[in-house]
Ligand binder design. Structure first.
Ligand code: COA
Ligand code: ZN
Length: 321
């Protein structure tokens, strides 16, 4: 059974987009619950400016408050050196750096040019150094940019190469606004694996156009074994027009388990955690499996069917017990 590695992003990518402030204690309780589900990694929070992302202004308190389970990596988003210093003070396992491979998206999301981002992130990588804290770089808009349109695969490879040369452990290919389609995902994933076999490669999909699960299949065909996903399908990007939720963890895991993959996740526990979200965020989530149940969660046979069966002759093949 092929082992896959699942990385939960709801408490960062999800919560950064919620209008209400989720209480610190509630965040901690949820993350502790997620730690018992079998994730390889949990993206706990973001050490960004509290003015830019007020809903994650309690990053230190959350990182210090959670119980860390051995075997689970706790990663956080780090936008700059200031964020790196704050995050290092909390004993993170990994720093997740972010920039866009498209110029207009980088300018709107991070308010600087890609070159400025690269030099800032190079500085962050220098501050974190080659110590125990791993570094991942999430590259946004690699499958298309809502302002620029197509993003060339060569351009993506060029940015991966620049970060690989700085010694990062991993790179995440992000479909920030749901522009990816399965064959594109397969081809780009193959190209990155072929050229950078030593990188820990993650795929990060948004379901903006309903293609997230199909894109995960495209990634699997290329040999990808690591996925970001978000409990309940929360998420988006505050600076990307029309962006909507990440691929939903329980929907993705439900599909992968049916196909015989070992995701490491306990789906019952994931669903129990997902069921808490509406109470925390004040609205329903786009989760399908939470609404519909698993494929073989059977429904009771309605009473009128029993009544009907009593009227059938006892030897009837149609009889329903
Ligand atoms: N932690 C805390 N405060 C920070 C900070 C950090 N990591 N980085 C900057 N700040 C504060 C500064 O101290 C300054 O505060 P002040 O106004 O009280 O003096 C303010 O934020 C602006 O700082 P500046 O250095 O001018 O940064 P900026 O305005 O260019 O913002 C980012 C840079 C990256 C911090 C900001 O654009 C940002 O966080 N954007 C959100 C990115 C994001 O997470 N997007 C979603 C993920 S894809
Ligand atoms: Zn995202």
């Amino acid at each position: 059974m092929k082992r896959l590695f699942m990385q939960e992003v709801a408490t960062r990518d999800g919560f950064q987009n919620e209008a209400v402030f989720i209480e610190t204690a509630d965040k901690i309780t949820l993350i502790n619950q997620l730690s018992e589900c079998g994730y390889a990694k949990i993206e706990v929070t973001s050490f960004t400016s509290p003015k830019a992302i007020p809903s994650l202004r309690d990053a230190e308190a959350v990182m210090h408050g959670i119980s860390r389970k051995p075997g689970v990596e706790y990663t956080v988003l780090v936008p700059n050196v200031r964020g790196a210093e704050r995050a290092l003070g909390c004993g993170i396992d990994e720093a997740n750096l972010v920039m866009s491979v498209s110029e207009p998206h980088n300018r709107s999301n991070l308010r600087m040019t890609r070159e400025q981002s690269f030099s800032q992130l190079s500085e962050v990588i220098g501050v974190i150094g080659q110590g125990p804290v791993a570094i991942n770089v999430s590259l946004s808009t690699v499958f298309g940019c809502p302002m620029q349109g197509e993003v060339a695969a060569d351009e993506v490879l060029r940015w991966v190469d620049r970060f690989a040369n700085l010694g990062v452990r991993g790179v995440t290919l992000c479909d920030t606004t749901g522009m990816a389609f399965p064959s594109q995902v397969r081809e780009l994933s193959r190209a990155v694996i072929e050229r950078f076999p030593e990188l820990q490669l993650t795929l990060h999909f948004h379901n903006t156009r309903g293609m997230a699960l199909a894109n995960a299949l495209g990634a699997l065909e290329a040999g990808i074994d690591r996925f970001d996903s978000s409990l309940g399908g929360l998420g988006g990007c505050p600076y990307a027009p029309g962006a909507s939720g990440n691929v939903c963890t329980e929907d993705l895991v439900h599909m992968l388990q049916l196909m015989g993959y070992d995701t490491g996740l306990d789906l019952d526990r994931v669903l129990a955690a997902s069921a808490l979200l509406p109470g925390l965020i004040g609205h329903e989530t786009p989760s399908q499996i939470l609404k519909a149940g698993r494929r073989l969660d059977l429904h009771p046979i309605p009473e009128h069917v029993h009544t009907l069966s009593k009227q059938l002759p006892s030897n009837s093949a149609e009889r329903i017990s």
